[in-house]
Design a protein around this ligand. Structure first.
Ligand code: NAP
Length: 305
């Protein structure tokens, strides 16, 4: 292995925005001696090869993971169960299996049961992204200064977790270890609910009459514009997020509903003090987000994670 390599062989299953961004850093900085890529379609595989994201590529998933020290699954989460079944018999003893899925508890229900005992599962989620998809949309700076959350089960080989952590740190990320269920509850409020609101608002605007729609687009100030960017996020990925994190999303949605009702009541009653107090409180939260260094410039490294 070279001095800089953390793994000898890494296999990417799925090479879209997230996988290709990781592969770009790994190639650039020599973090692996060999990268193999496997995807669903020949077109994406050809793209990945043309972009120089891998040393070898194949559509055969089982063949792709043979001899891999790290298998990084970067597909929508709806594919995890079938991927587990397909690769289980070809994984080498001691291999580390990780992923980048946006919801973490389901990984233990879909992927984990298919895996043999002789591998180490270290699920992860980079809290970074854009609304773009595909291998051409990735860029190596995507994870810089952003969090990656790892959710290994209790008792998982500490060395396996440490190596995945090291990889993310070398990709520029800050790493936090968290319980999977807790991760899903936190992300339900910080990411999943805001996306649901964006999908709703943009859907409502789309349903307005044609003239009104024109004006909505013509006069869209940054508020609505930001919502349209979020609502342009990949439909497959977000369908899978809401299906897999159903309970946590429904829980925060219930609380959101109550707060919205309170604001509605304040508007109806002309209760300016209640509105002012609420907006003052939320303004302070914005300040703490900026202080935590999580405010990032808009495109391309914008947030749809
Ligand atoms: P993407 O750009 O759409 O790429 C998806 C990749 O997965 C493609 O290579 C695709 O192959 C492959 N794939 C799709 N369905 C598959 C299936 N059924 N079986 C095998 N391969 C399949 O997706 P992405 O944005 O990188 O997201 C990947 C994962 O990262 C998701 O689980 C998502 O939750 C997570 N994530 C995304 C973001 C974000 O902002 N995008 C942020 C954090 C985490 P083909 O092109 O050949 O079909």
């Amino acid at each position: 292995m070279t001095d800089t390599a953390i793994f000898d062989r890494i296999t990417f299953i799925g090479i879209g925005l997230i996988g290709s961004s990781m592969a770009r850093v790994i190639k650039r900085d020599g973090l692996a001696n060999h990268i193999t890529v496997t995807t669903r379609s020949q077109e994406t595989l050809d793209n990945a090869i043309e972009l120089g994201l891998c040393d070898t590529g194949t559509l055969d998933m089982a063949e792709a993971v043979q001899g891999a020290d790290l298998v990084m699954i970067c597909t929508p989460m709806g594919a995890f169960a079938s991927i587990g079944a397909e690769i289980a018999g070809s994984l080498k003893p001691g291999a580390i299996i990780s992923d980048v899925g946006s919801v973490k508890e389901p990984v233990f229900e879909t992927l984990a049961p298919a895996l043999p005992d002789h591998v180490h599962l270290v699920p992860g989620h980079p809290v970074a992204g854009t609304e773009q998809s595909g291998p051409e949309s990735g860029f190596p700076e995507l994870f810089e200064g952003r969090w990656t959350i790892l959710t290994p089960a209790k008792g998982v080989d500490a060395n396996a977790t440490a190596r995945v952590e090291e990889l993310w740190k070398r990709c520029g990320a800050m790493v936090e270890i968290m319980d999977a269920k807790h991760h899903d509850q936190v992300l339900a409020i910080t990411s999943h609910l805001p996306h649901l609101i964006a999908y709703t608002i943009v859907g409502t605007a789309t349903d307005l009459g044609e003239d009104m729609q024109k004006e909505v687009i013509q006069f869209s100030a940054s508020g609505f514009r930001d919502f349209t960017r979020i609502a342009a996020s990949d439909p497959t990925m977000w369908r899978d997020i809401f299906l897999t994190n159903r309970d946590a999303v429904l829980d925060v949605l219930g609380r959101f509903d109550e707060d919205l009702t309170e604001l509605k009541r304040a508007i109806r009653r002309g209760d300016g003090d209640a509105l002012f107090d609420h907006f003052t409180r939320t303004r302070a939260i914005r300040r703490s987000v900026i202080d935590a260094g999580q405010q990032i410039p808009p495109a391309p490294a914008n947030d749809t994670d």
